[in-house]
Design a protein around this ligand. Structure first.
Ligand code: AGP
Length: 619
């Protein structure tokens, strides 16, 4: 996944492009570049490395001009290097392109273009787009782009300028996000809203196979047949501050602490006197009543949310539910049909495997519900219905607030189904909703315990670091849980490994005797989720098994639990009392914070961990 930006107006384009790219770095950060147009000359600077490398380079070589495009990259074709960084040019050096996505037929196009004498300098798929546009260029860059993109297979969001057309900024998209930012005597193109929020809060979300021609005072959107399309602008409600760190050291910490507020907003927005409201759902209640089973399909953290959803759907909506990772679902022969509701959970709404799974499910006749955070994202638009999580921009690569927002929507959707399918009495439903409404305050209380810099989780993280160094880096983490909190064991492990690079595994605690218990000696730190539940006693036995083999136990328990104190726990974390069904919303908070503080102890790049990008828009 990469970030692209384009600007046309009266400001110095370099300033706008760099500011915009800094807001898009979470989309990829292994190289960056910009090009501006000044006095009919394309001035291009691009560098391997994070955006700051490009900024340094521009200090010695500042670019003038009020038209330009820029790019921050997450390599898919061609290693991160200056040459492979975008923008890319055609043979004449008159056409510049930046691109987010993957051109699946680029080799065949490259071969055909090479036969016509085109010379390529990079290993990227993107470069062929510049040469393809050159092939069709007859004096109108917008026309040339419209013709060129028809030959592209795969995903693209591009911005294009031509040295002889100083008044035109052109864009196009298919399966990669692209928005227009509408300003006064200036317009913007970008992969995502934060890139333009410093200048405008009015945007247009573009759809697949749309080509955009911008001047500083006009916009034209056309489909591939050239027909003009009218689109309504959207007013963005959240300001740039939300996309900034808000005083926290890292986006991840900010986003962890936003969760109670977001949960409160979700409940206020979705619960009113007439019950549970999903305005944007667009799947008819009658269709939902007819559903015989549910398949939840997702990746990573979203997959863990889906696993939790399974427990609630089976318990309260009485629906057989299974959960698949998108990459497995799409290459299996999934038995889904018109009686199966497929739910795709995806924060970005752009994850390639999840988008492919959506298309596979629709091909097989299933209705698809998307649970997404990014408005207008590909999955949101291609699903039969969507429920937005409205968690605001999640900038940290490690997903936190999007996860609890996904859980919240899954709870609401479960209760919604239970209501329309009458699998729960109105009285019980009312009780569950009343319990649910307590969660934002309980989550806020729990978060407040960690507001101060020096809290017990930060202390435990320091302890672990000391222990790890004493053990000459031999220690690791195991996460054990049962029933509706078992997915949280997987999520806690994922959080830790993706930001601290330490070995961490989550297991259903009942599995210990089937192998994993062989891992237990005095080395691993074992996080046990042992909150009040129907499997509480079983978890106590698991803790005994770990302690008997010298293991170190961090126990997450329900506050006021005295029994646990007799089990020789090394570290204790308490969460407020709540209905077992909703406990995952609270249990995950210390898991997120523990991962954060351990990663901070190890000096890791918490918001932009190595090898990862915020959304995996390639396979
Ligand atoms: C979560 O911390 C990870 N960054 C990753 O597993 C993520 O959840 C996964 O890539 C799915 O992304 P999506 O929700 O945007 O589809």
């Amino acid at each position: 996944m990469c970030g692209i930006i384009g600007y046309i107006g009266d400001r110095r384009a370099q300033d706008v492009l760099i500011k915009g790219l800094s807001r898009l770095e979470y989309r990829g950060y292994d190289s960056a570049g910009i090009v501006t147009l000044k006095d009919n000359k394309l001035c291009l600077v691009k560098k391997q490395g994070k955006l700051r490398a490009l900024i340094e380079e521009l200090k010695n070589n500042p670019l003038e001009g009020t038209l330009g495009i820029g790019h921050t990259r997450w390599a898919t074709h061609g290693v991160p290097s200056d040459t492979n960084a975008h923008p890319h040019l055609d043979c004449s050096g008159k056409i510049a392109v930046v691109h987010n996505g993957i051109i699946e037929n680029y080799l065949e196009l490259k071969k055909a273009l090479s036969k016509k004498g085109h010379k390529f300098v990079s290993e990227t798929d993107t470069e062929i787009i510049a040469h393809l546009i050159e092939k069709f260029y007859k004096g109108d860059i917008e026309e040339a782009v419209l013709k060129a993109v028809k030959l592209l297979k795969g995903s693209y969001a591009i911005a294009v300028i031509h040295k002889n057309e100083p008044d035109k900024l052109v864009g196009a998209r298919c399966d990669s996000p692209l928005i227009i930012g509408l300003g006064k005597s200036e317009n913007f193109l970008a992969s995502d809203v934060p890139a333009v929020l410093d200048y405008t809060d009015t945007v247009i979300y573009l759809e697949n196979h749309e080509v955009i021609g911008l001047t500083k005072d006009s916009i034209r959107i056309r489909d591939l047949s050239g027909r003009v399309i009218r689109k309504k602008p959207t007013k963005i409600k959240w300001d740039i501050a939300q996309a900034e760190k808000g005083g926290y050291d890292h986006f991840m910490l900010k986003e962890i602490f936003e969760q109670a507020h977001i949960l409160k907003n979700i409940l206020e927005e979705r619960l009113n006197n007439s019950g549970i409201v999903f305005e944007e759902l667009k799947i008819k209640t009658s269709d939902l009543r007819r559903v015989k089973r549910i398949a939840i399909v997702a990746c990573g953290t979203a997959y863990h949310a889906g696993l939790t959803g399974k427990y609630m759907l089976e318990e309260y909506a009485g629906l057989p539910s299974w959960v698949d990772t998108s990459s497995e679902f799409r290459y299996r022969n999934p038995i889904v049909d018109k009686d199966t509701l497929v739910v795709i959970v995806s924060q970005s709404g752009e994850t390639a495997d999840s988008l492919a799974a959506l298309r596979e499910a629709r091909k097989r006749g299933s209705k698809v519900l998307g649970i997404c955070n990014v408005l207008g994202s590909s999955i949101a638009r291609e699903a039969d219905g969507v429920i937005y999580t409205h968690a605001g921009p999640e900038i940290a690569v490690a997903s936190t607030k999007a996860y609890t927002a996904q859980l919240a929507i899954l709870y609401l959707f479960t209760l919604y189904l239970a209501g329309i399918r009458k699998t729960v009495s109105p009285g019980k439903l009312g009780l569950l909703i009343r319990e649910f409404k307590k969660m934002p305050a309980l989550m806020g209380e729990l978060l407040d315990e960690y507001k101060s810099e020096y809290n017990i989780l930060a202390a435990y993280a320091q302890e672990f670091k000391r222990y790890y160094l004493q053990k000459h880096n031999k220690s690791c983490f195991l996460y054990l849980a049962r029933n509706i909190n078992y997915p949280n064991a997987l999520e806690g492990a994922l959080k830790l490994k993706e930001i601290s690079y330490l070995s961490a595994e989550g297991y259903p605690a009942g599995e210990m005797k089937h192998g994993p218990i062989a891992l237990i000696d005095e080395n691993p730190w074992v996080v046990c989720i042992v909150t009040r539940s129907k499997t509480y006693d079983k978890m106590l036995s698991n803790i005994q098994e770990v302690k008997a083999r010298g293991g170190i136990v961090i126990a997450i328990t329900t506050e006021g639990d005295k029994t646990i104190l007799h089990y020789n726990i090394n570290y204790l974390i308490e969460i407020p009392k709540t209905e077992e069904l909703f406990s995952p919303l609270l249990v995950v908070i210390p898991l997120q914070l523990l991962a954060y503080y351990v990663a901070r102890e190890f000096g890791c790049d918490i918001d932009q961990p190595r090898n990862l990008a915020k959304s995996v828009t390639v396979e």
